[in-house]
Design a protein around this ligand. Structure first.
Ligand code: BTN
Length: 259
């Protein structure tokens, strides 16, 4: 039987971080950890505060999509107060932290689909949502939301079965959510401290992208781009080469990999 208890004490005891995950707010069930983390951040929660739920009833995805997070998955949000220069790197930081943690806990190799979906064997295993409040050069707060399909039987969720996967489905056995959460918090803090110290995580993020060199379709707002994903810029945007030779810089969007 794997350890699945996500109580604050089980997460925080002997956790090897300075601040990320040292305060944990846990709910058996919650609408969305993002909504609760936002309230906490507005009240001035200490940096690294984590809001975590066993299940969400109104999980939020990117581009106003719904995020399914039933029991067995991980749904958590981390409150940070980064400088404005490090804000664009949070996307990279979060996806790399997930890639590192999956590998450390399960041995599975994962890749990032631009901008920040994590895939195992081409199936989406994790979605990441970053929400922030910025005024001029001041970041009031940033919240990293991570939804990880840990112990999900995909056949129970036909609506996502064709594009999603879970760690248990890949491994054929259940995985400890507790181990995964604790590792994630350590990885997030390590990368965040590296960023604050002036380090770069861009190169590793770029090299972990499954998207580059592939034919892609990218929806950005109402615009749809098609072409080859040539590269990514240091600010995280995608450089897409059109069939006619022109290059587009796409700051945000949703990419579909073509054949
Ligand atoms: C996506 O791929 O569209 C992003 C999904 C992000 C889901 C996580 S689960 C924890 C946090 N709370 C939410 O409501 N959303 C994020």
């Amino acid at each position: 039987m794997v350890e699945n208890n996500l109580s604050p004490v089980s997460i925080t005891s002997n956790l090897r971080t300075h601040f990320v995950g040292q305060r944990v707010i846990y709910y058996p069930s919650l609408t969305s950890t993002m909504a609760m983390a936002k309230q906490e951040a507005q009240l001035g929660a200490v940096e690294g505060t984590v809001v975590i739920a066993d299940e969400q009833t109104a999980g939020r995805g990117r581009i106003k999509r719904v995020w399914l997070s039933p029991k067995g998955s991980i749904a958590l949000s981390i409150i940070l107060y980064p400088s404005v220069v490090n804000l664009p790197s949070l996307i990279m930081l979060a996806s790399l932290a997930v890639v590192h943690s999956i590998e450390a806990v399960t041995g599975l190799r994962s890749q990032v689909k631009w901008p920040n979906d994590v895939l195992v064997n081409d199936g989406k295993v994790c979605g990441i949502l970053i929400e922030s409040s910025v005024r001029g050069n001041i970041v009031d707060y940033a919240i990293i939301g991570i939804g990880l399909n840990v112990n999900l039987k995909l056949s129970d969720f036909p609506e996502i079965q064709s594009m999603a996967t879970s760690l248990s489905a890949e491994l054929g056995r259940d995985v400890s959510r507790l181990k995964m959460v604790r590792r994630l918090l350590v990885e997030v803090e390590g990368l965040y401290l590296a960023l604050q110290a002036g380090g770069s995580i861009y190169e590793e993020w770029r090299d972990s992208l499954v998207t580059l060199g592939r034919k892609v379709r990218v929806k950005s707002g109402e615009t749809v781009y098609e072409g080859i994903a040539e590269s990514v810029a240091r600010d995280g945007s995608l450089l897409l080469r059109h069939p006619g030779g022109n290059l587009s810089k796409i700051v945000a969007g949703d990419a579909t990999l073509r054949e």
